[in-house]
Design a binder for this molecule. Sequence first.
Ligand code: AHG
Ligand code: MN
Ligand code: MN
Length: 314
Amino acid sequence: MPYAEPGKTKFQIDLRRHLRDQDICDNLVHLICEIAEASKYVINAVRTGDLGVAGTSNLYGEEQLALDVLSDRIIRKRLIHSGVVCNIASEEMEQIYEVKGNADGLYSVAYDPLDGSSLVDVNLAVGTIVSIYRGCELLQEGRHQVAAIYILYGPRVSMVYSVGNGVHEFTMNHLMEYTLTRENVRMKPMGDIYSPGGLRNKYTPGNESFIRHLEEKGAKLRYSGGFVPDINQVLMKGKGLFMYPALKGSPNGKLRLLFELNPMAFLVENAGGAASNGRCRILDIKPESLDQREPVYIGCNDDVNKAVEFVANG
Ligand code: AHG
Ligand code: MN
Ligand code: MN
């Protein structure tokens, strides 16, 4: 239950208090709270900032928007000043940023500052995705994450986190504080929502037959084009599957292992779901580079297994 009700007073649990009950060290509590603080400036930038291009490109050669660059700076600055971070990798930076004077800092962070930024000009939901590792190594399997977080900037702002002990949702209130709205989110084994990324005419035969299978079983199409709101729907409804498969001409799909897939896979698995690239568990992939992409099937366990079966037989 999100609220304890002593008498009739609604008693709200804030993020810091919830984190303190998680049996994690104070430095990790501090780091997650710093990320939550940074998100308040990111949402302000999303709501009122310049919608134009920055005139630069990122690690993937994609054109950066002014909002991508600003969100990246906001988060990086917070991480640097947190005093507990040694290495930082961002979808918007070409290289790992080593925090000066903190070479043996406690944590390293990989993040996508503003996922779905090209949707801001049509006023659709976007988000920030964050992955935290202990120590300075960022190129390690996602199963070693000590925390994963996303912040969804929709009609409301919510923050979902896991430190490996369940998945919890907080919503920003009128004072811009995050208070607990869902605790221990759980996914059903199977669902009836599907969220398919990528152009269908570029799907391989296995993926095409999987989509036909979903259509025949009457699954509902729910795709916004923003990874964070699309995953949030599957996770909070506790059912369904998101996929961004290998495409003809893009054998690794589009989404990035370090900045997008690992943190989301950690969250979905912690809620009882699964995440695969079609051959193995996302969290077991040893990254070879910062910009590695992987196909993804993520959501209810049985739905992910079914997708893997279709892809293998495709
Ligand atoms: P980003 O804005 O960080 O570059 O990532 C966008 C992602 C993700 O939000 C979404 O699932 C996917 O790109 C959609 O891509 P396409 O519309 O290009 O298929
Ligand atoms: Mn992204
Ligand atoms: Mn991005």
